[in-house]
Design a protein around this ligand. Structure first.
Ligand code: NDP
Length: 487
């Protein structure tokens, strides 16, 4: 069943509670990676627009910081109601601008993005301070108040692969914590971020507390990072962009969620049927364009042949095509730059003698689900993030070798492993250097109330639930000597 397409969108940006054009007057087009059709146009903002948004955000933050916790939570609940009401329309726009399938787009809005409004509202109510007596022998009359204060203005710079869910983690929890937020979405997917700003505005958040600015990363994103008016940056994107933000941000709170090269380890005692399903989701969900994707499949020698046979058979069932078609399992890649990177990794694998068991071809932005056997540590796809629908197969003979292989990249976001031994599960869980290790689960699994983030070049800090509330607040200690106050 095909979904009726909407007419081209013409959106403005939100600054100080008003929907306005950029001071440049320029706009740029956004096209669907699925069929090249025009989705709409948005303003091409400048550094001057960023400065205006920051000035408004600083004033709005004073209003938010004085607002009661209950009132902030009520506004977030109202935002949730609005988001649920418009979820299907927003999913269609998201599907068109990312190129993910309509089923994946609905999943992003309903399963991941919309619950953040509630998680932030309820998390905020639990996120209280402490009062403790002093621990010092000579200070027993002192009481220590430990509180969480808003950090101020938070810049949120987000990627195209999850254009609603990812920014909304930081926006919802940032507002809950009493901060104002300025959102800069990826240029190929601005409409999902604009939808989020519309939701917060309709819910009644004070003017200026949420802004959205569209335009080039090196202009708009860099000004947000550099400007001393922002107190924290929540960035999600490529490691090299995160490194450039780190270089210009100066001393401010940085929450960095970056690239991955996640291993999926399959031991000789694993449930192979479950492990193959995990690989299908890990490698081909959103055409492999997920930071937590299974970027390397590490197989024990004893189960290699059976696993590979099953994986090839199962992958052949995937339907690649129009992302708006309800039957489609895998849509196109989002953009040419990413497609070029995937192609470079495939070319490198061919040149190094990798065995293509399936796929390897492409038509424009549509890539076939691909399985490459015989991958070794020198292949580009073993060393770097491919970000495409590719399952690179590597082999190992022992547990120690598996852990060594899993850890040999500079990334450390999310690792997964299959085993039926509890001892092996613990040794893998402890041995793999990733922010999350999932045993008997796909790499692409996320618990919404557990800490999420990367080690090594995958990130800095942890998001979701209380962990992101902690990242977006300042911890303050106030010490009161009660022996010196009047009765
Ligand atoms: P990019 O790093 O290219 O872009 C991310 C954001 O940064 C975009 O909004 C972009 O704007 C902006 N940007 C680009 N250059 C600059 C700059 N010099 N200064 C400030 N901002 C800038 O990442 P992608 O959008 O390509 O996203 C894919 C990457 O994101 C993958 O590496 C993936 O692993 C990672 N990712 C990590 C996640 C995690 O949680 N760890 C989750 C999801 C994705 P513009 O679009 O205008 O260039």
């Amino acid at each position: 069943m095909a979904i009726a397409l909407q007419r081209a969108l013409e959106k403005k940006v939100l600054i100080g509670g008003e929907w306005v054009e950029s001071e440049s007057g320029d706009r740029f087009e956004v096209r669907s990676p699925g069929d090249g059709s025009l989705i709409g146009t948005v303003p091409r903002c400048t550094g001057g627009d960023v400065k205006r948004a920051i000035a408004a955000a600083i004033e709005a933050q004073k209003v938010l910081a004085r607002m009661s916790v209950k009132r902030r939570a009520e506004l977030l609940w109202r935002a949730h109601e609005i988001a649920e009401r418009r979820a299907e329309d927003d999913a269609v726009v998201l599907c068109r601008e990312v190129g993910k399938t309509i089923r994946e787009a609905r999943d992003e809005i309903r399963t991941y993005s919309n619950p953040h409004f509630i998680e932030a509202a309820e998390g905020l109510k639990r996120f209280r301070g402490l009062i403790n007596p002093s621990t010092q022998e000579d200070s027993l009359d002192k009481r220590l108040l430990i509180t969480h204060e808003p950090i101020g203005v938070v810049g949120v710079i987000s990627p195209w692969n999850w254009p609603a869910d990812i920014p909304n983690i930081a926006v919802s929890h940032g507002l809950a914590a009493g901060n104002s937020v300025i959102l800069k979405p990826a240029s190929t997917t601005p409409f999902s971020a604009i939808a989020i700003a519309e939701i917060y505005q309709e819910a009644g958040f004070p003017a200026g507390s949420v802004s959205v600015l569209t335009g080039p990363g090196p202009t708009v994103g860099a000004e947000l990072a550099r400007n001393p008016g922002t107190n924290a940056i929540s960035f999600t994107g490529e490691t090299k962009t995160g490194e450039s933000i780190t270089a210009i941000a100066g001393i401010k709170r940085l929450l960095l969620e970056m690239g991955g090269n996640g291993p999926l380890v399959v031991m000789d005692d694993a449930n192979l049927e479950a492990a193959v399903e995990a690989a299908i989701i890990g490698c081909f969900y959103l055409a492999g364009q997920v930071c937590t994707a299974s970027e390397r499949i590490l197989l024990h020698d004893a189960i290699h042949d059976e696993f590979v046979d099953r994986l090839v058979a199962r992958t052949k069932q995937l339907r690649v095509g129009d992302p708006l078609d309800e039957q489609t399992d895998m849509g196109p890649l989002n953009n040419r730059a990413n497609a070029d990177k995937v192609q470079a990794h495939l070319d490198d694998a061919r040149a190094r003698g990798g065995t293509f068991l399936l796929g390897g071809g492409s038509d424009g932005l549509y890539f076939e689900p691909t399985i490459v056997d015989g991958v070794t540590s020198d292949f580009l796809m073993a060393r770097e993030e491919t970000f495409g629908p590719v399952a690179p197969i590597m082999r190992f003979g022992s547990l120690d070798e598996a852990i060594e292989l899993a850890n040999e990249t500079p990334y450390g976001l999310q690792g997964a492993a299959f085993t039926s031994s509890l001892r092996t599960a613990f040794l893998l869980g402890e041995g793999i250097r990733c922010g999350t290790v999932l045993i008997n689960e796909t790499n692409n699994y996320w618990d919404q109330l557990a800490p999420f983030g990367g080690m090594k070049k995958s990130g800095l800090g942890r998001e979701l639930s209380d962990w992101i509330l902690a990242e977006l607040t300042e911890v303050k200690q106030i010490s009161i000597d009660i022996s010196k106050v009047k009765q």
